[in-house]
Design a protein. Structure first.
Ligand code: NAP
Length: 201
């Protein structure tokens, strides 16, 4: 489960649980992105805070784990490096799923080593209610129609009506975020005064 998680919210958690159930997945690793190549430096909150919030949010689910692997790797974060690292950790034959928000897949053919990535795991694109997926399907289909191992799934998650950008804006405007994020994450945001100033980037 990849994402910026700035901050992690119930939409992400519900997505992970829904995908875990749908595909009978044993473990979900929540991997906060270190430095996204497609976002300006400083445009996202510091990696340590995002990791700690992810850790707090995933603590109560026995199938969920938070991973530091992308934030500890340094440099720009490329998903292919993560998948290669996971392939080394898990035994051969382990099926790896890469789960993230559908919009993130829009530019996927421009991602580092996209062709290798496409063959290396199964993709699950989580969508918000009302998401028009035709354009994304067209892009994936047209550009990569003949790939023999293409595995791509969509899963609509109503709870994804919650979004990190809305949460950041709510905090900036002094509006409540209770019940949108786990209480421990809400307290962390409060205590460390995250998202108080004008959004950067
Ligand atoms: P993003 O552009 O910040 O997010 C795109 C959309 O997806 C947003 O609506 C976001 O909502 C949602 N989203 C993000 N993560 C999600 C998750 N785990 N579950 C459900 N919805 C999610 O995307 P990003 O976070 O930067 O990137 C997503 C993943 O793709 C990361 O793991 C990143 O490393 C990877 N990626 C890799 C490359 C590469 O290898 N070159 C390039 C781009 C992205 P919220 O804001 O509410 O989360």
């Amino acid at each position: 489960m990849g994402g910026t998680f700035d901050p992690i919210h119930y939409g992400h958690l519900v997505t992970a649980e829904a995908v875990r159930h749908e595909f009978a997945i044993d473990q979900v690793l929540f991997i906060p992105t270190g430095q996204p190549p497609h976002k300006a430096l400083g445009a996202v909150s510091d990696a340590e805070s995002r990791y700690l919030m992810t850790l707090l949010a995933t603590e109560s689910n026995e199938h969920f784990y938070a991973s530091r692997m992308e934030i500890d790797r340094g440099g720009f974060t490329y998903t292919i490096d993560t998948i290669r690292a996971l392939q080394k950790i898990y035994s051969p034959g382990t099926e790896i799923f890469f789960i993230t928000g559908a919009d993130a897949f829009y530019q996927m053919f421009g991602w580092h080593n996209a062709e290798e990535l496409l063959g290396a795991c199964t993709f699950v694109a989580a969508t918000r209610p009302g998401y028009q997926k035709e354009e994304l399907i067209r892009r994936i289909g047209v550009t990569n129609q003949d790939h023999p191992r293409r595995r791509f799934h969509f899963l609509e998650v109503p709870a994804l009506a919650i979004s990190s950008s809305d949460i950041r804006e709510r905090v900036r405007n002094g509006r409540p975020i209770k019940y949108l994020v786990p209480e421990a994450v809400e307290n962390f945001i409060k205590k460390h005064r995250l998202y108080r100033e004008e959004e950067k980037g």
